[in-house]
Design a protein around this ligand. Structure first.
Ligand SMILES: N[C@@H](CCC(=O)N[C@@H](CS)C(=O)NCC(=O)O)C(=O)O
Length: 231
């Protein structure tokens, strides 16, 4: 049974969806990132960057427990474990990894900043809002173009590149996106939303999710001095 340390956020959803897609048994441990659980020594021992998601697979490749943080690494690990969602040929695998890296290095960080400056920042800083909204639109444009030629991001198969990217596009409204501008991405989004494993994955820990809007303590934990204390 894989232990999953997580919350109902886009990076958490990636792993919840993947586990559901793979049919792997898992036990979920809620890390309340608004309450500061991510700074507890027992969580930092598995995830030293104080971020969810993290997993511990008691049955690692050498038979010993395998702890992992970083959602992209976890997706690659689980795909390798079950032999699915990475692509069949070496060419397919590298193409999948390419689009996974595009998500990890571009889509996640930039859409996250767009969300932050549009919704959470205490002051409206137009330069930051425009910078990250425009970058988000550019990235949706790249995705849309790729999906105009392919059913999925890495080609004709549903892979961990789709599993990594989809959860970030669920917050399209808060990122300033109008789906009418990205019809191919919308077709992909609608199709993935309907997958039974995706429907189950996005419900994991959904009840524990709290809005940050009126929660100054959570904002302090996520964006304030708590982040920068030496540990
Ligand atoms: N690159 C990391 C990012 C993880 C991440 O940003 N997690 C957020 C929630 S989506 C988090 O745990 N934030 C808590 C914190 O920064 O203290 C990954 O993909 O796993």
């Amino acid at each position: 049974m894989i232990d999953v340390y997580s919350a109902a956020t886009p990076n958490g959803h990636k792993v919840h969806i993947m586990l559901e897609e793979c049919g792997l048994p898992y036990r979920i441990h809620h890390i309340d990132i608004g309450a500061g659980d991510q700074f507890k020594p027992e969580f930092l021992a598995v995830s030293p960057n104080n971020k969810i998601p993290a997993i511990v697979d008691p049955d690692g490749p050498d038979g010993k427990p395998m702890p992992l943080f970083e959602s992209g690494a976890i997706l690659v690990y689980l795909a390798s474990k079950v032999g699915k969602f990475l692509g069949d040929s070496d060419r397919d695998k590298f193409t999948t990894l390419q689009w996974l890296m595009f998500q990890m290095g571009g889509v996640g960080p930039m859409l996250g900043q767009a969300h932050h400056f549009r919704i959470y920042a205490p002051e409206k800083i137009n330069y930051a809002i425009n910078r990250y909204t425009n970058e988000t639109k550019r990235l949706y444009g790249v995705i849309d173009k790729q999906l105009s030629k392919n059913a999925y991001l890495a080609g004709d198969q549903y892979t961990i590149a789709d599993i990594a990217t989809f959860p970030w596009t669920r917050s399209w409204k808060n990122q300033g996106i109008d789906w009418d501008d990205y019809p191919h991405a919308k077709r992909w989004f609608d199709e993935i939303s309907e997958r039974p494993a995706v429907k189950r994955g996005v419900e994991v820990l959904a009840n524990a999710r709290k809005s940050l809007a009126d929660d100054p303590k959570a904002k302090e934990m996520l964006f304030g001095t708590a982040q920068y204390a030496k540990r």
